[in-house]
Design a protein. Sequence first.
Length: 329
Amino acid sequence: MAETFSVQDSVQLAVVERSGFIESRHAGSAVVLSPDGEVVRALGDVATPVFPRSALKPFQAVAVMTSGVTLRGEDAAIAMASHSGTAAHVALVDGLLGRVGLTDAALGCPSSAPGDRVARDELVRRGGAKRRGYMTCSGKHAAMLNACVANEWPVEGYLDPEHPLQKRILDVLERLTGERPAASAIDGCGAPVHAITLTALARGIHKITTAQAGSPFALYRESAALTAAAREHAWAVAGPGQPDTVAIDRLGVFAKFGAEGVMVMSAPDGTTTALKVLDGSSRASTIIGLRLLAAAGALDDAAIDAVQTELDLWVMGGERRVGEIRATV
């Protein structure tokens, strides 16, 4: 059976401290690339494949955007989003579907309630039902359907690994990361997900986030457009109070979390990191990524300290803060 790296090949990335006592430890692996794309730091095993989960979405969005679909601004941001289902998010999803004459019913992701508490409470108050558009990955799926219509590919079965769209995504992933996936599976939203090394994941994100809008190659022009959209419309990438949105808005990084403890980040100068917390917890992944970028000289630790409260890293004792989740990198 194929598998990711082991506990023995991991290093401590973060701890949970309660009243001066280290209560829990998060182990994992991480890699950091310099602004020119060279590996400058590796923690643990960065050469064994991982499933990037939603950290794969930037590659999927670029694949759509280089398949005859023009996405800019908020539309590009929602295409790579793990959104929280606010009314504004759902409006963007519905807008993408409306562009090609489709409705929520065409989405291949499962139905869901909004992840955002305010939006979820409002849904309950008005007696609304779950729908596919509320699902955190629905923006990605709506963008994929746009590519299908633009290229006259079948809308039905667009999540099948043998569908032309999914083959296109795999090609873009391999071109940007320089690596063929070691395994493929089905992600939580029903789309294919491909296992690559953390080093390859970081290199692919680095290429996307350092691409130039004036490049003669569409792959890099669209990558630059996606990066700009994420930084300009951080709310669409995640949602109010969500770690990715906070990191982008407050620190200017390109940030995309993936389930099971995956995080990719790229600082404004191009310094890039990819990491996986081995136990699958995402509670520490944002602060680990930010501290790795700070240790590389790309971010200021004091600026990260200033946004700590917004990242909800406090350990509570009753109504008092008695500790914190902190990176040890």
